[in-house]
Unconditional design. Structure first.
Length: 123
């Protein structure tokens, strides 16, 4: 039987992987112009970095390394929210899908932020 911590690690890893896939699907729908290509590149890098850093954290060799990679994942989640907000507010995409992805990025930020507080000894 898995303990709560390992179940959480599997759940968050699966969740951010699915998020990355959804972002990729979303980005394929953006118009093909210079602005969209730049925003797509930035958003793709930041959104997929969340999961990559969580995977690295789970393979960390020390608590300090774990904390460092969770912090990187948090920073990437915050950056992802920025790019989604910019695309939304610029009117590049005007559907509910971007709001759903922005909401998921916000949820991931909250989860990672709470994890960082716990790692720092604050609740």
């Amino acid at each position: 039987m898995q303990n709560c911590s390992s179940k959480f690690q599997i759940d968050i890893k699966t969740r951010v992987y699915q998020f990355s896939l959804e972002v990729i699907k979303f980005l394929r729908k953006l118009p093909d112009n210079q602005i969209s290509r730049i925003l797509t590149n930035q958003l793709l890098r930041s959104s997929t970095s969340i999961g990559a850093n969580i995977v690295e954290a789970q393979a960390a060799s020390s608590k300090n390394d774990f904390r460092k990679f969770i912090n990187y994942a948090l920073k990437s989640a915050n950056e992802t929210k920025y790019w989604f907000s910019l695309i939304n507010d610029a009117g590049i995409v005007t559907d509910d899908e971007i709001l759903s992805l922005l909401n998921e990025a916000d949820e991931l930020t909250k989860i990672l932020g709470a994890s960082m507080l716990k790692l720092r000894g604050r609740k």
